[in-house]
Ligand binder design. Sequence first.
Ligand code: ADP
Ligand code: MG
Length: 236
Amino acid sequence: GLSPEAYRRRHEISVSGSGVPPPFTKFEDTGFPSELLKEVHQAGFSSPTPIQAQSWPIAMQGRDIVAIAKTGSGKTLGYLLPGFMHLKQRRNNTQMGPTVLVLSPTRELATQIQDEAVKFGRSSRISCTCLYGGAPKGPQLKELDRGVDIVVATPGRLNDILETRRISLNQVSYLVLDEADRMLDMGFEPQIRKIVKEVPTRRQTLMYTATWPKEVRKIAADLLSNAVQVNIGNAD
Ligand code: ADP
Ligand code: MG
């Protein structure tokens, strides 16, 4: 196998932060449970993508991450699978609210994330639901009331539901801002900030973005602490 440095060079991975762990170049390096490895192999994946290889060991140390990588690089499983490991360690009573919260800019993307969470989480009995606008709240609230480990939500709809006090975020300890740049472009910053105020400060926060403009840097500086930055290719 390649040394960590050679792997990073070959895959154009740059990292900044102290004590960054070496990438998991093979699925077997991850320590994922065998039922999860089986799912991954059944999906036809032969090795982690570069963003997965480098962000998994960091996320699994419980550290905050900013990951900058272009679309199609496998970011979803980049945060979901360490989220599953997080859930394994601290499984809360789902009736008290979700442990993992993923914010996503659109209904379509949120649904895709939920599909991945359901597909890869099934063998670990992880439950997930999705909250988005443009659809009635009733069925979404009903799903929430059943209790779920993971909520994937658009900021607008989650904010609406928070106002009705039908969800509590005080069990959330793993927070993901996916497509952070796009959420900010869409004007969701005030909603994101309101949502994050309801999440305990003792948490792990992961931010995934395709670009790294100053607005994204600012919100990262405000919401993350001592984050490791992982950059793939010439994505910004
Ligand atoms: P991004 O969020 O970076 O745009 P996605 O997470 O949507 O990318 O992943 C893009 C596609 O790659 C999806 O179809 C996903 O199932 C697939 N994929 C994820 N991880 C791997 C892997 N390790 N090997 C091959 N394909 C993968
Ligand atoms: Mg994505």
